[in-house]
Ligand binder design. Sequence first.
Ligand code: RIB
Length: 304
Amino acid sequence: MKILDFGSLNLDTVYRVDHIVQPGETLLPLFVRSYCGGKGLNQSIAIARAGCQVFHAGRVGPDGSRLLDQLKEAGVDVHLVETVEARTGHTVIQVDSQGQNAILLFGGANRVIEKTFIDRTLKGFRKGDMLVLQNEISEVAYLIQRGSERGMRICFNASPADAALVQYPLHLVHTLLVNEIEGSTLAGTDDPDRIVDVLIAQGYGKEVVLTLGKRGVLFGDGKRKFRFKSFSVPVVDTTGAGDTFTGFYLAGVARGLDAESCLLYATAAASICVTRAGAAESIPDWEETAAFLSSGSLPDGPKP
Ligand code: RIB
């Protein structure tokens, strides 16, 4: 099974703040850092660090070479990433004293992905290969459609939620990963159990993984539904935790693990991620995650 992640690449500028700035307020940040990010890039790096080969497709501008370097350093194949005449996607992220974030996202080159690029990229993949998608690039609905026509296993992290989400052909998705905001946008209810039931009943994914932050994860596949607990860790920065979870969950699937083991590794990896600053930089590898699971002690990582 080959894994293709067709996804966003962003330059993240992260401001550490006491609290998220309010309308009309001027706030001095404690400090600022520049990181590699984008849900697509973060998920590719998580998949690679979890020990699987992954091809990343997407677009950056001439100012995006740092993102390609970071992907390559993690072992991600970047020959399907194109450099175009547009600004690289970028964000302004505030992280508060609790580790919670607020993200302003400029799509840039991520939003000029068009059908011809998708068609020529998907030619290299076939039935049984995995197509990993998030909701930060243009033409997501087309990607789901064309990937499904090729017999690829569509794994969609519906993040971030927007108005277009409900128009996507989600009945073609195999693995749907949502948080509570995306889940309630799609299911029309805030109740976690109901979200999973409604999404499965609507055929939005053969399996649904609903992440609930500190309250863990709810998994359903129509035959069974169960909750998986999170680990209690000191939170420094939650940015990229959802992407780490997604990448490790899908890497677990590619490694042939059962759903419980995939969830265990994904939850542990995301827990390590939140103890560190930044997005891609804070993603652990499979060995660190396994060591955390067997010893319960946290590995070291980048500090804010
Ligand atoms: O999920 C975290 C990511 O969301 C950040 O890296 C930022 O780029 C935004 O896309």
